[in-house]
Design a protein around this ligand. Structure first.
Ligand code: GSH
Length: 205
């Protein structure tokens, strides 16, 4: 199989980290797409993903799957012997999904919007609105405070073990540095959690 991705972009990083945790990196050929050059906007790429985003997974029969969590779900269900990251029981699955969605909607997306609307990185294909980007940045900072409180008595985001929720939150905190939003010195719980996740080999891929 192939995975079309961009090494520096946060969504593909989520997939790589997920695959690394499950020991599946060898299963795919990774193909680099240069977003700034618009390689994701060509007719050939749009045929793989009409939303024009990375990552995309392409199976041997040509089936293409976009959306980070859909790709992760494919690996979770296809390799049952690997450690699970999306939950074992109905309760775990629900809790992890809740956190994955909270992180995506209230943390990851605002970070992406802050980046896109304040940096002008994609100004060839969108209309950046600086004030909106800055407001999103304030939402990101607020979510970090919330996470710090949440992690006061926990090693991981949920289920007392490492899950996809940790991957999503970790990659967002790392990405937020690009817009100069960092863990504040007083957020000691968030910092300890971040350091713990960063020490995992999957955080290096
Ligand atoms: N909801 C999608 C979002 C994918 C996404 O926004 N990818 C970004 C890179 S992290 C992208 O391809 N941006 C290119 C563009 O907007 O032109 C997912 O979860 O995979």
């Amino acid at each position: 199989m192939k995975i079309y991705e961009t090494k520096t972009a946060p969504n593909p990083r989520r997939v790589r980290m997920f695959m690394a945790e499950k020991g599946l990196l060898e299963k795919a050929e990774f193909i680099e797409i240069d977003l700034q050059k618009g390689e994701n906007l060509t007719p050939e790429y749009v045929a793989r993903n009409p939303m024009k985003k990375v990552p995309v997974m392409e199976l041997e029969d040509g089936t293409c799957i976009a959306e980070t969590m859909a790709i992760c779900r494919y690996f979770e269900e296809s390799y049952l012997q690997a450690p699970t990251l999306l939950g074992d029981t109905p309760l775990e699955k629900a809790l992890i999904e809740q956190w994955v969605r909270w992180v995506e909607f209230y943390f990851f997306m605002p970070t992406g919007m802050c980046f896109q609307h304040t940096s002008g990185y994609f100004k060839d294909r969108m209309n950046p609105i600086k004030e909106w980007g800055e407001d999103c940045g304030r939402g990101v900072a607020k979510f970090m405070k919330f996470l710090d409180g949440h992690l006061a008595d926990k090693e991981y985001i949920c289920c007392d073990r490492f899950t996809a929720a940790d991957i999503n939150a970790f990659t967002t905190v790392a990405f937020a540095r690009v817009v100069d939003i960092r863990i504040l010195p007083e957020y000691t719980h968030l910092q300890s959690w971040y350091d713990r996740i960063k020490a995992r080999p999957s955080a290096q891929v």
